[in-house]
Design a protein around this ligand. Structure first.
Ligand code: ADP
Ligand code: MG
Length: 750
């Protein structure tokens, strides 16, 4: 059977199941093989009723009968009882204080039961509330077999789950002919319509085919041996049907390594290809740039200087730069972009004594594009350098003929003409920049702001516009751990702005007890009275159903805004922002907030990264336990925009001691990177804000907690490419990378 055969080929599926599988990312047989258990059912072994021993934790499958609700004889405790049977015997099930169980499961249903096996001494009269009390009806009526079945054993308060089928023959056929199976029961990520149990049986069915043998391992043998990793075949069996914990672990380790290794190979290959391209060399830039920087209204930080030096050094080479500039919100990335853009637009195309090289500056939203257009104007206004702006709602040019200090609307055709003949050296824009109709004369430098908001293809489209490839500077404020950066950005050189401009007062961050809510509102009222503005962030509710999720999001932000308007801040203008608003509406709300017409902006976490409203000095974050620390840090960054004292008040909905402990890191950590590491370490990679955007699996995220593994994968990928950079000796790897690239194309960001 083909691995890429659609899943329907093997399984007969209802529409609901198809949808659920789709949601889980399972479309082909191979996807199902790669749908790994998220954990293994406790320590409980799957057993047969006839073999159960007193005191053991066990899982059994069987049919449930004689469900009854009653009260315990003396204590009157409500209880539910039932009998479970399989081919080998029967056992009694008892739930104290959970009489509703009897209503949840229909009599005669097939179930999976997991719990600890208890026993009473058979000679002793049953204790008042012990199950045998009820033998009179439910068990003894079963006759001989029933009496045999109880053997004084019973499950007390077991977990119970309805299943669609009993795994054939239970222990033997489940896990091979091992007479002493110590199998772990895999638990799969499920979706409504497809339960873990369904997936379990589906995978078991695959395991019985000859498919595992047909899997060929793309990872070279030498690498597997060096790191003691199981082969693909073995790992697939071990991950879905492990006989013990160490098999499961070894399999997970292999798949984690595999994924990181593939990503490394892909990124490093892209990097090598990129470095073979030709770019415009930009020489002798330092002195000019120095003079340009001296005109800034501030002294660049050391980190900014280091970043500029690194970029100018790259510019001198004949091949294109590919660099990621990572810096906390407010670390001054725009100034780095402007300083280096200056070096480019004051350089002539090679062998030409006229004209200049050009810069493209792409931002993810119209608001940000406009904001950066204005920023660049302020940096360049003393120079005879034109700057253009292109967005879907129109085009602008600086300077305007009438007003040498301002910009003016121009037609798209006119703008494109001037960009095409090189008269406009700097073009700022949104995605509109990557349209085919936008043609530069000598594009030498492409800057992407908030790069995580763009898809790979959008980034590629911007830099692949010409035969001579522009230098690329990607900028982001997303703090990510080193292992993740080494992996996902393996194709880029990394520069970190690890220093904020001087004079920034750290944001006063307080974790507020519910009883202090009103006092906090009064503090905010004082800020508002001093003409400051405020953000209120409401949590993103993590519903598994994405449609529902946005509905809840919208409601909570709206409801909170309404409540505040009615009960707390009737005298202020309150705006609402969430992902369900149309783009134009978002722009309008952000615009009004920026202009001070809206005093309080209630928003979900969609509130634009990078939006600069210096007058906003307070932020409240509701339900903070729902966010990762790095994400909270980014949200808090909304108010780190001026030298005024800013405040962040953190509220939680349910706050255990652990949550508070974790949130306290916001007060102690030096920067976002520290918090990102903290997230990765203590709560897992899922905590990293928007981790789905990395497009890697949970298992790879686990690997990213392990610097050694990431470095090993990185080194092996480099070694392989050094030896065979086209991978011509590794057709499987080469094929695999092609598929990955194909899939990447299909991932849509935002
Ligand atoms: P980000 O890195 O978040 O994009 P910006 O480039 O928007 O940050 O800069 C944030 C603010 O800090 C801007 O108002 C900018 O003028 C100012 N700024 C940048 N660098 C410095 C510096 N070295 N000293 C003082 N202020 C600076
Ligand atoms: Mg910025």
């Amino acid at each position: 059977m083909q691995h890429d055969a659609p899943i329907e080929v093997i399984f007969r599926l209802t529409e609901g199941q198809k949808r659920a599988l789709h949601k889980l990312g399972i479309q082909t047989v191979e996807d199902l093989w790669y749908h790994f258990p998220s954990r293994y059912g406790d320590t409980a072994e799957v057993r047969q009723v006839g073999n159960l021993q007193k005191g053991e934790a066990a899982t059994v499958f069987g049919r449930i009968e004689k469900l009854a609700m009653r009260k315990a004889f003396r204590t009157q405790t409500p209880m539910a009882t039932a009998v479970l049977s399989d081919d080998t015997g029967k056992i009694k099930l008892v739930w104290f204080n959970q009489p509703y169980i009897a209503k949840m499961i229909p009599d005669g249903a097939l179930v999976r039961v997991e719990g600890r096996v208890s026993a009473r001494r058979s000679t002793q009269p049953p204790p008042d509330d012990a199950p045998a009390r009820t033998t009179g009806d439910s068990v003894q009526s079963g006759g001989r077999s029933a009496r045999h079945a109880t053997r004084s054993l019973y499950f007390s308060n077991p977990k119970i789950e309805k299943v669609s089928a009993i795994p054939a023959g239970s222990e033997e056929s489940l896990f091979g002919a091992d007479p002493h199976p110590h199998a772990l029961h895999p638990v799969y990520p499920e979706s409504r319509g497809v339960s873990s149990n369904w997936l379990f049986h589906a995978v078991q069915k695959l395991l019985k085919t000859d498919m595992p043998a047909a899997f060929t391992d793309a990872i070279p043998d030498g690498i597997l041996k060096r790191y003691h990793l199981p082969s693909l075949k073995t790992a697939l069996v071990w991950i879905h049907a492990p006989k013990n914990q160490s098999h499961a672990l070894a399999a997970r380790k292999r798949f984690a390594f595999e994924e990181v290794f593939f990503i490394q190979l892909q990124k490093q290959r892209e990097r090598r290809n990129w470095q073979r391209e030709q770019s415009f060399p930009i020489a002798h830039a330092e002195e000019h740039t120095q003079r340009f920087l001296e005109r800034f209204p501030f002294v660049p930080t050391n980190a900014q200087c280091r970043a500029i030096d690194a970029i100018l050094a790259d510019f001198k080479k004949g091949n294109p730069m590919a660099r990621l500039l990572e810096g906390d919100v407010g670390s001054g990335k725009t100034a780095v972009a402007a300083g280096t853009a200056y070096a480019v637009v004051t350089s002539r195309p090679q062998g030409q004594s006229y004209g200049t090289l050009q810069v493209a500056y792409m931002a993810p939203t119209e608001i940000l594009a406009r904001q950066q257009f204005e920023n660049l104007i302020s940096f360049f206004s003393h120079l005879p350098i034109s700057i253009g702006l292109i967005t879907s709602s129109g085009c602008q040019k600086f300077p305007s003929k009438i007003n040498p200090h301002g910009s003016t609307d121009i037609s798209r055709a006119q703008l494109l003409k001037w960009v095409g003949n090189g008269e406009i050296p700097i073009l700022v824009g949104t995605h509109s920049l990557i349209q085919k109709s936008v043609k530069f004369k000598h594009l030498a430098y492409a800057i992407i702001d908030e790069q995580h908001r763009f898809g790979v293809n959008q980034r590629k489209a911007l830099v692949r516009k010409e035969k001579i490839v522009p230098h690329l500077l990607s900028m982001t404020a997303t703090p990510i751990p080193r292992t993740l950066a080494l992996t996902m950005y393996g194709d880029l050189d990394l520069t970190v702005l690890d220093e904020l401009p001087p004079g920034r007062k750290p944001i006063v961050t307080e974790i507020v007890a519910p009883s202090d809510r009103n006092a906090t509102y009064e503090k905010i009222r004082k800020e508002l009275q001093a003409d400051r503005q405020c953000y209120i962030i409401t949590p993103r509710i993590d519903e598994p159903d994405p449609d529902k999720e946005s509905a809840m999001q919208a409601r909570s932000a709206k409801a909170e805004a309404k409540r505040l308007k009615e009960k707390v801040f009737p005298e202020y203008e309150i705006g609402v922002m969430h992902s369900k608003l149309k783009d134009a509406e978002k722009e309008r709300v952000m615009g009004e907030f920026r202009d001070g017409k809206i005093h309080i902006l209630v928003s979900t976490s969609v509130v634009e990264v990078g939006v600069n409203v210096p007058n906003a000095t307070v932020i409240i974050i509701e339900g903070a336990e729902r966010f990762g620390l790095a994400q909270l840090h980014q949200l808090r960054g909304r108010v780190l925009r001026s030298s005024r004292q800013a405040y962040c008040y953190i509220f939680t909905e349910r706050a255990g001691a652990k949550t508070i402990e974790r949130l306290k890191a916001l007060k102690t950590a030096k920067n976002g990177f520290e918090l990102a590491e903290y997230d990765l370490k203590f709560r897992g990679a899922g905590e990293l804000s928007g981790s789905p955007q990395w497009g890697v699996s949970d298992i790879a995220m686990e690997a990213l907690q392990n610097l050694k593994m990431v470095e090993a994968a990185r080194a092996e990928a480099a070694r392989l490419l050094d030896e065979d950079d086209t991978l011509s000796n590794y057709p499987l790897l080469s094929e695999h990378l092609k598929t990955r690239a194909q899939q990447e194309k299909q991932i849509h960001f935002e």
